[in-house]
Design a protein around this ligand. Structure first.
Ligand SMILES: NC(=O)C1=CN([C@@H]2O[C@H](COP(=O)(O)OP(=O)(O)OC[C@H]3O[C@@H](n4cnc5c(N)ncnc54)[C@H](OP(=O)(O)O)[C@@H]3O)[C@@H](O)[C@H]2O)C=CC1
Ligand SMILES: O=C(CO)COP(=O)(O)O
Length: 349
């Protein structure tokens, strides 16, 4: 495959880790950050200590503070800023580029109130004639491990399978295996909602509950994600793949996860404000919990874990009381709703 200039917007942990993958594949990587000090550190010391401590960056990664220079002569733009910054960043890009580009977003969130997925936000902010293709990259992939070249698998999804295959080739190497999947709705919903369940799993661990509780949260979490996602038009089988159960497992069980760590500290009694101030990196699940509760209402689906987490995050419900409330819900059949979902699966086979 031909080598390219590729611009990565956002020099946080994920943007930098993906930059390392692309640089390993021989591409010229331009990391854009609005923080001049960080840009100087990346260019002069070849490190990004606040986001990926102990990692040495390659010579073919260069950082830029000027967006116009960062975007000069690129075909592909990777968007790796938090969901709340997407609109602003895409608007800035749309005012600079003159020819259509392939956009790859790697963000895991949903916008509260508008209830838009990230690809929908990008489509609203980027004129059609400036967007060649839009591709989502998602899956179980902590930046800390990717930057150390530990084996990782992800999926790329696009309405145009040829575009997904093109992005698959850009990123794929022997440490970073990339699959394609055409179900953008399922890929984005799985990636965004797993963060909510990871917050809940962290709370459970922080309270001192064990593996049984965590397995329950992962399994019942997957059930509520699938219930909502299917109503939104996703293929239920996607939730059994890398961007569904795969990402749910890694985020609920890893100390790398900012969402799990936030939940863990909440379970131990710290306040949300305090935790977020100390984290210094995005915790997407907090904002996505608001969106999920609104989506559950809109699509008329029950999402008990997301709903109870909303009360913990925004209504001062104590974590222990939240668990008691979850456990004492009315009795039900495990497969309630799932039979409907299976009907959808069979229709798609
Ligand atoms: N980290 C990971 O392992 C993974 C992350 N993701 C997803 O990738 C996305 C980015 O996450 P991640 O890199 O981890 O987050 P980080 O918090 O590590 O980094 C985000 C970067 O975006 C910058 N940024 C924030 N707001 C703006 C803005 N308005 N304009 C320009 N830059 C901005 C931040 O700068 P500053 O901090 O100075 O504000 C920071 O450099 C999230 O949606 C996350 O869920 C997906 C898979 C793995
Ligand atoms: O999405 C991720 C791993 O796949 C990263 O999760 P956190 O944002 O919780 O760190």
């Amino acid at each position: 495959m031909s080598l390219e200039n590729i611009t990565v917007l956002g020099a946080g942990s994920w943007g930098t880790a993906l930059g390392i993958v692309l640089a390993d594949n021989g591409h010229n990587v331009r990391l854009w950050s609005y923080n001049e000090e960080q840009v100087n550190e990346i260019n002069n010391l070849k490190t990004n200590e606040n986001y990926l401590p102990g990692i040495q960056l390659q010579e073919n990664i260069r950082a830029y503070v000027d967006l116009q220079t960062a975007l000069k002569d690129v075909e592909t733009i990777v968007i790796a800023v938090p969901t709340k910054a997407i609109r602003e960043v895409v608007q800035k890009v749309s005012k600079i580029i003159k020819t259509p580009k392939t956009l790859v977003h790697v963000c895991k969130g949903i916008e509260p109130d508008t209830l838009k997925r990230v690809s929908e936000i990008i489509r609203e902010e980027m004129p059609d004639d400036l967007m060649k293709d839009l591709v989502v990259l998602s899956g179980p992939s902590h930046a800390e491990e990717v930057s150390r070249r530990q084996p990782t698998t992800v999926a790329v999804s696009s309405e145009n399978i040829a575009a997904a295959e093109y992005v698959q080739d850009l990123f794929m190497n022997n440490n970073f295996r990339v699959y394609t999947n055409e179900d953008i709705v399922g890929v984005e919903i799985g990636g965004a909602l797993k963060n909510i369940i990871a917050l809940a799993a962290g709370i459970s661990d922080g309270l001192g509950y064990g593996d049984n509780a965590k397995a329950a949260l992962i399994t019942r979490g997957l059930a509520e994600i699938t219930r909502l996602g299917t109503k939104m038009g996703a293929n239920p089988l996607t939730f059994l793949g890398l961007t569904g159960i795969g990402d749910l497992i890694v985020t609920c069980t890893s100390v790398h996860s900012r969402n799990w760590r936030t939940g863990n500290a909440l379970g131990k009694g710290q306040s949300l404000e305090e935790i977020l101030a100390e984290m210094g990196q995005v915790v997407e699940g907090v904002r996505t919990t608001k969106a999920a509760v609104q989506l559950a209402e809109k699509y008329n689906v029950t999402m008990p874990i997301s709903s109870i987490l909303y009360k913990v995050l925004f209504e001062n419900l104590k974590p222990k009381e939240a668990v008691d409330e979850l456990m004492s819900r009315r009795k039900t059949h495990e497969m309630e709703d799932i039979t409907n979902m299976l009907g959808e699966v069979y229709k798609q086979l």
